[in-house]
Design a protein around this ligand. Structure first.
Ligand SMILES: C[S@@+](CC[C@H](N)C(=O)[O-])C[C@H]1O[C@@H](n2cnc3c(N)ncnc32)[C@H](O)[C@@H]1O
Length: 374
């Protein structure tokens, strides 16, 4: 569905029910991913263009993790080695004025789409956060808190001329001075063990399982975004991330029953996001490690120093080889069609000849099976 805001009436209707009308406002492109059942929509493109097409006053909460502007040939320590800081072209500094202009532009675009009582969280290192704070003041946001996110095991400072950088700042602000922002105070107090939660949060970097589908150089821990969502939104609220990266905000929203809207312009990051979300959606992980056979057909001695190896005694004959394609539905989140086929093209031809249509499909899983007779 393509949506765009053109009238006052459109601006007060929920995002999912806006009408598409003719006029000068920019169109939202087709989303790269749309799951209407869980209310997740992800756009592939530049956030400035896409934000301009989102209806005004339609978003309950924004989490934004913009470019840090720090990939300019400096050095850092990664896995014990000295490496140059290069997160990607998107992170290159264009100079303080141009960087501030960009921050002001996307913050103004975010402010336009926030509901009157909505709030925004912006994370960043010292390279960007002061510009963000200043732009927020210039735009008339109401600054609520600045959270110090403490990383328990930061990489050492190799030059030994500075303190080890161990924090990032997350600014929390309401849309404007009149906003009556949401704060789930009791829940935060409960999470803090019955005391008022402080603005210093110690949260470890993403766990290995959060990176099992690939790495994003600036991936935030799920626990951090979940706390933000729990603190300042309710179930069913629409949460927007204009710099989605690896999709952490969309994933946190899905897990906490919030609705999610994400924007990302790099294809590789978008792929990673879709991988993470699809995996969570079906909660099915097909990997060889799951296929553990405990059949003890032969009593091989555990002492492998014995000269007789398994291949000496076991002549296994391949008796069955099969490649299957499973089509998982977008509304009914289950396998709605499956077919053996040599390639995706052949499987797709078979699927097209069936009674199903392409619009019913969220994604396709391919499996390979080989059975050997001993
Ligand atoms: C700091 S990272 C966000 C990481 C994210 N919070 C996560 O947990 O994975 C910033 C991301 O914004 C994207 N980006 C930068 N400029 C953008 C723009 N103008 N429009 C859309 N995406 C942009 C980059 O490709 C990058 O993936």
């Amino acid at each position: 569905m393509t949506l765009r805001a053109t009238s006052q009436e459109n601006e007060s209707a929920p995002l999912s029910r806006r009408s598409v009308s003719e006029g000068g406002s920019p169109h939202l492109p087709e989303p790269a991913f749309h799951d209407p059942r869980h209310h997740i929509k992800i756009f592939h493109g530049d956030c400035l263009q896409i934000l301009a097409a989102i209806p005004a006053s339609s978003i309950d909460l924004i989490f934004a993790d913009p470019p840090y502007f720090l990939s300019n040939g400096g050095i850092t320590c990664h896995a014990g080695r000295m490496v140059s800081v290069n997160k990607g072209e998107w992170d290159r500094s264009r100079g303080p004025s141009a960087n501030h202009e960009f921050n002001t532009a996307w913050l103004a675009a975010c402010q336009r789409v926030l509901k009157p009582d909505a709030s925004i969280w912006v994370s960043g290192t010292s390279h960007v956060i002061h510009s963000v704070g200043f732009a927020m003041q210039q735009l008339g946001f109401k600054l609520l808190n600045d959270i110090s996110w403490v990383k328990p095991n930061p990489p050492p400072n190799l030059s030994c001329r500075y303190f080890t950088h161990a924090t990032e700042t997350i600014i929390w602000a309401a849309r404007d001075k009149k906003s009556r922002h949401k704060f789930n105070y009791k829940l935060m107090r409960q999470i803090a063990g019955g005391k008022q939660m402080k603005s210093v949060w110690t949260i470890p970097p993403p766990e290995p399982w959060e990176k099992k589908f690939g790495k994003h150089p600036a991936q935030k821990p799920l626990a951090l975004i979940e706390r933000i969502l729990l603190a300042s939104s309710s179930e069913g609220d629409l949460v927007l991330d204009p710099f989605l990266g690896s999709g952490t905000t969309a994933l946190a929203a899905l897990r906490l029953s919030r609705h999610a809207l994400g924007i990302e312009f790099e294809s590789a990051s978008l792929d990673l996001t879709l991988h993470r979300i699809c995996s969570d959606l079906v909660q099915v992980e097909i990997s060889l490690s799951c296929a553990q056979f405990s059949l003890d057909l032969f009593s091989y001695p555990m002492d492998r120093s014995n000269s007789m190896t398994m291949s000496d005694t076991l002549s296994a004959k391949l008796v069955r080889r099969e490649r299957n394609y499973y089509f998982v539905g977008s509304l009914r989140r289950e396998i709605i069609y499956s077919a053996p086929a040599d390639s995706l093209e052949e499987a797709w031809r078979k699927f097209s000849a069936s009674s199903h249509s392409a619009t019913e499909i969220l994604f396709i899983i391919k499996t390979e099976t080989q059975i050997y007779l001993a």
